[in-house]
Design a binder for this molecule. Structure first.
Ligand code: LRH
Ligand code: MN
Ligand code: MN
Length: 424
């Protein structure tokens, strides 16, 4: 085992006195500490199977050493993250990049590592080797019925893999759209897509959810057939109760008010879950919280308030997934940072005095409303996130331990310098 519990314990022992001091100070400053810690312990974020290798841009991919070369190794990497932070107890699988050849063995390995299978992701945005028909002009929107049928069959196949593994949801992201005016009849594209999604929906087990992910642009640059939350909401509403909208933070036009989108989807009962990442320009897939941490906090503020108003369970009633991967960092370090940023934003949102905020809103006290939010955002809650990790058996400082234990060097020793994980 690359990191043993005794290594984690020794690391925690070293940092314990300083941690206790910080925690005591914080506990004397704020209220509701125990409740926040307990909620943080329960909160798990799924890791996408495509983020464990160096990702990249379409201009080049610079693989790091020791990358996982099969699904088993990907599960091992996530198991490692989960041992360190106790918050990454699930994997979101992508088909066909990560086909479980022996589902039972994969299931057993995941169970040994304490991992469950989150949403399954289908792929009709690339042509695979040996595939009969091309998706060059779209998949579910395609003018040729045979291409649409192929896309439907693929999604059903993905559901079937998920059933074998114990997953409970399917995420459909379509690259369908057009690059030039006139290329598509928008109404036909929408209706073809809806019909295909309806076929897939029919194959969905009763206790499953279907997430319809939208994206403003890329790879198509004139129109996208599931281009924004309005379109996704329309599909999800027409499909039925098991269909929801999935919000990927990087999939909006610049400066979109994502927190407002989230609030409305939630209040309509149609918010399914998230792909977390961060960006400066578009779908940059940067580490969560690295560019706009205040936006992340504002999103969580809407989530906490909205989910509480609807009596929802924070940990289980929405799909929490990361969708970030880039070129220049160790992917495991990057994921540790992303999970930490999500938990911190969640903790800050839990700290917001909702009652006082509501009073400020009802009396149009704009300055007070801002003060309330920024007080929570600017309070350093890292000791609470660390305490939650400690109580759950994880490491006080996961990234530090990752480095001290020379995890990457160990992985390179085991898997080699030249490895390329499947993914974007
Ligand atoms: C598309 C996307 C979508 C895919 C993933 C690989 O930009 O965010 O979620 O499934 O990337
Ligand atoms: Mn995504
Ligand atoms: Mn994306």
């Amino acid at each position: 085992m690359i990191i043993s519990q005794s290594q984690i314990d020794a690391h925690n022992e070293k940092g314990l006195a300083a941690h206790r001091k910080r925690l005591e100070f914080l506990t004397s400053e704020i209220e509701g500490v125990e409740d926040i810690i307990n909620k943080l312990i329960d909160f798990q974020i799924a890791i996408p199977s495509w983020a464990l290798g160096s990702g990249g841009t379409r201009f080049g991919r610079f693989s790091g050493g020791g990358e996982p070369s099969c699904l088993e190794e990907k599960l091992e990497d996530i198991g490692l993250l989960h041992r360190l932070n106790r918050s990454s107890g699930a994997i979101s699988l992508h088909i066909p990049w990560d086909i479980p050849r022996d589902p039972q063995a994969i299931k057993n390995l995941a169970a040994d590592l304490g991992l469950r299978f989150d949403a399954m992701n289908s792929n009709t945005f690339q042509d695979q080797e040996g595939q009969a028909l091309s998706y060059k002009f779209g998949s579910m929107q395609h003018v040729d019925k045979a291409v649409r049928r192929q896309a439907i069959e693929h999604n059903i196949e993905v559901i079937n893999y998920g059933i074998e593994l114990g997953s409970k949801s399917l995420t459909v992201w379509l690259a369908d759209g057009s690059c030039f005016p006139g290329q598509l009849n928008f109404r036909r594209a929408f209706n073809n897509t809806l019909e295909c999604l309806q076929e897939v929906y029919k194959a969905l087990p009763d206790d499953w959810k279907m997430f319809v992910e939208y994206k403003a642009y890329e790879p198509n640059f004139y129109s996208t057939t599931v281009g924004d939350w309005g379109q996704s909401f329309l599909y999800a509403s027409k499909l039925g109760d098991k269909a929801y909208t999935l919000v990927d933070l990087g999939h909006h036009l610049p400066n979109a008010n994502i927190e407002q989108i989230v609030a409305l989807l939630l209040s309509e009962g149609k918010l399914g879950g998230f792909h977390f990442n961060d960006s400066k320009y578009g779908d940059d897939d940067l580490t969560v919280g690295s560019i706009k941490p205040y936006q992340l906090f504002l999103i969580f503020n809407e989530l906490v308030e909205g989910m509480d108003a609807r009596g929802m369970n924070h940990a289980t009633d929405l799909g929490w997934m990361i969708d970030a991967s880039h070129n220049v960092k160790d992917p495991l370090e990057d994921l540790l940072q992303s999970v930490e940023a999500i938990k911190l934003a969640y903790a800050q949102a839990l700290l917001v005095d909702t009652k006082a905020l509501n009073e400020a809103q009802m009396s149009n006290d704009v300055a007070a409303a801002q003060e309330i939010l920024q007080h929570a955002f600017r309070t350093d809650l890292r000791p609470l996130v660390a305490e939650a990790r400690l109580r759950a058996g994880g490491a006080l400082q996961p990234l530090q331990l990752f480095r001290d234990a020379k995890v990457r060097q160990q992985l390179i020793g085991k898997r080699g310098e030249k490895t390329v994980a499947t993914g974007l």
